[in-house]
Design a protein around this ligand. Structure first.
Ligand code: NAD
Length: 354
């Protein structure tokens, strides 16, 4: 493939999020959708029909297509590592939906396979591309907040029991995890992205309001290596749900993001950040997120997939790497260990490559 050739992209898993990848890819420069696959053939045929591309009924059929250069893995979370491994071994680039997998062993396996095959691996964390997150990251880099002391992230979301009953993998330890692994991992990745490596967590979790194997409520107290303290509260049991928030405060400023947009930006010089249409306009509106089951905008996925395609063409790592996905998973797994032991759990004692 030449540096200027269009990449052939494929979507593996045509359930809820797979079609959004297909829609996002339609607006990505340098790549176009060529095939989709699902073990439920009617889902693959329906999505393929919409875009006029090839429908496959399993991963082997998909990987046998020479026109496929890149595969977006949109299957249940506990299958990401193994399927990503197969994609890499076929010499194709890999995008894994979040989380990278539910097990660190599976995450390490796919990271190693991509490195060995020389293919790009990215894990979806689309909210890194929200305008408010980009503005806050830049402000932290410049030191605008002064020494940071505290970060607090909150997702009071709602999922009806019918969501967990809609498929056998949902809410299970082997294939999904609970509110922290599935929904909370977005905020976990953002906290690490903004505030750096984590040294320990102390967490409590419970299944408060649903019939499911894993937690629908998690409280995680975080200590970053920098000494900053953080707090994360995630639930899918909060009716009717609210847009998620992420706040960072330091000795010179306090910034609060809501659903990826700047809600308030208070500094010692001005009471409020200039809330121009950039930061507020680019994220989903509070109204669209208010139900707590965000009506997912395609924009952020499209931005991340564009970054992945650019990374492949420019021979650089993508903005969100496999190692980034592993760091978020490592925090979630440590929190799960803390749920069980009732003790703080140290993180990062063995660092993964990749
Ligand atoms: N980034 C986000 O905001 C976001 C939002 C929703 C879901 N997700 C993630 O996307 C993944 C899928 O979630 P979903 O809600 O779309 O699930 P889903 O159950 O709606 O869809 C998954 C699809 O994968 C298919 N599938 C399962 N195993 C397969 C295999 N081996 N080969 C081919 N197809 C297979 C299923 O038949 C199903 O159609 C999860 O990891 C989830 O965490 C991310």
């Amino acid at each position: 493939m030449s540096a200027t050739a269009e990449l052939g992209a494929a979507v593996l898993g045509c359930g809820s999020i797979g079609p959004l990848h297909a829609e996002a890819l339609a607006g990505v420069e340098g790549a176009h959708l060529v095939a989709v696959a699902d073990t439920r053939p009617e889902r693959a045929h329906s999505l393929a029909g919409r875009y006029g591309v090839t429908a496959c009924s399993n991963v082997d059929e998909l990987l046998a297509l020479p026109e496929v250069d890149l595969v977006c893995v949109c299957t249940p979370s506990g299958t990401h590592g193994e399927l990503g491994n197969q994609v890499a071994r076929a010499g194709k680039h890999v995008v894994l939906e979040k989380p990278v997998d539910v097990s660190l062993e599976a995450a390490d396996g796919v990271i190693a396979a991509c490195a060995a095959e020389g293919v790009v691996l990215s894990v979806i964390s689309q909210h890194r591309f929200d305008a408010g997150v980009i503005a806050l990251k830049e402000a932290l880099r410049r030191g605008d907040l002064g020494p940071v002391v505290l970060a607090e992230a909150r997702a009071w979301w709602y999922r009806a029991q019918s969501y967990y009953d809609s498929d056998i993998w949902r809410g299970t330890a082997a294939l999904d995890g609970g509110a922290l692994m599935n929904q909370g991992v977005h905020l976990v990745d953002l906290l690490i992205h903004l505030l750096g490596p984590v040294s320990s967590v102390y967490a409590r979790g419970k299944t408060a309001a649903h019939k499911m194997e894993c937690e629908d409520l998690a409280l995680v107290s975080i200590e970053f290596e920098s000494g900053v303290l953080g707090n994360l509260c995630v639930t899918t049991a909060s009716y009717p749900g609210a847009p998620e928030t992420l706040a960072v405060t330091g000795s010179s400023a306090t910034v609060v993001l809501e659903a990826g947009s700047v809600l308030s930006w208070q500094t010692d010089e001005s009471s409020s950040y200039d809330l121009d249409p950039g930061p507020r306009g680019a994220g989903p509106s509070a109204a669209s997120a208010a139900a707590g089951s965000r009506n997912l905008a395609v924009t952020a996925h499209r931005a991340q997939l564009q970054d992945v395609v650019d990374a492949i063409r420019e021979g650089r790592p993508p903005t969100v790497t496999g190692a980034d996905g592993r760091k978020a998973l490592e925090l979630v797994r440590a929190a799960y260990d803390s749920f069980c032991s009732g003790q703080p759990v140290r993180i990062g004692l063995e660092k993964a490559a990749g």
